[in-house]
Design a protein around this ligand. Structure first.
Ligand SMILES: [Zn+2]
Length: 271
């Protein structure tokens, strides 16, 4: 294991003072600002403006709403510590351009330090895994006060992104592929923007995943294939029925047993 951090639970980074139980904000940006103010107050970040710009850039690339009424806006910035986290709850819900079009009721804001590249990944994987458990969601959304919310979040264990199923990262990896393909034909003036977007995605994905992606891109010109009607579009071979239905409608990444490319749900099917 290459894991270099001592902490293994979300509660190692989260204090009750970093939770806003009733967000005043009605829109996403305001809510992020409200949470950033908490981090400034706690002296966990210095330059609110810089951090906000980074978060908005990332949000424009792809919404960080994970579905299940939760959003995870984030940015990689030099912080004083290793990671700065703030959590906000909104009763009415906030529009966050979520994949499932649902309003967001819980916002988990994460600012992490470039010196710890794997940390965000572990936190993201752990949260995504927990959010799939109906019992956990029930406790999260049913929390009657700040301490109940803190208690639920404290149980989230950091987790290593697995090699065979990578949760909730499908559309992001697909976007990276689109950008890398565009880069091949891009003019000089477009290059900077495309590179910036690709870097934003690369720095928040697991290192092993990105390595594998690059190797596949180099070898085949593409690394991510859609699964359409149960067929991997990377090799035109049927995937197992159970696997095919798991992929369908999800935003997860699987690896094709036949051609080794990453498989994601077909976009046509999702809409
Ligand atoms: Zn295949």
């Amino acid at each position: 294991m290459k894991s270099s951090f001592k902490s293994s639970y979300f509660s190692d980074f989260l204090q009750p003072s970093q939770i806003i139980f009733n967000l005043k904000a009605k829109d996403g940006i305001r809510a992020i600002e409200e949470l950033l103010d908490v981090l400034v107050k706690q002296k966990l970040i210095k330059n609110k403006k810089v951090v906000l710009t980074r978060i908005i850039d990332r949000e424009r690339l792809e919404s960080t709403a994970l579905g299940h009424n939760v959003a995870l806006p984030h940015a990689r910035v030099d912080t004083n510590g290793e990671i700065a986290v703030a959590v906000g709850k909104s009763k009415e819900g906030i529009n966050f351009n979520a994949v499932d079009d649902k309003k967001v009721h819980i916002i988990i804001l994460i600012i992490w330090n470039p010196s710890l590249p794997g940390l965000f990944n572990h936190l993201f994987a752990g949260l995504a895994k927990f959010l799939r458990k109906p019992g956990f969601r029930q406790r999260l959304f049913g929390a009657k006060n700040k301490m109940e919310l803190f208690g639920a979040l404290s149980e989230v264990a950091l987790s290593l992104p697995q090699e065979d199923t990578i949760i909730s990262r499908g559309s992001l990896l697909m976007k990276l592929q689109e950008i890398e393909i565009k880069k091949k034909k891009a003019k000089k003036e477009q290059m900077k923007k495309l590179k910036g977007q690709a870097d934003l995605i690369r720095e928040e994905l697991d290192e092993a995943l990105v390595d594998r992606f690059d190797r596949l891109m180099e070898r085949y010109g593409f690394a991510v294939a859609e699964v359409d009607l149960g067929v991997c579009q990377g090799c035109n071979i049927n995937v197992a029925t159970g696997l095919s239905s798991a992929i369908e409608g999800s935003n997860d990444i699987y690896v094709c047993e036949n051609c080794g490319k990453f498989m994601v749900a077909s976009k046509n099917k999702k809409k």
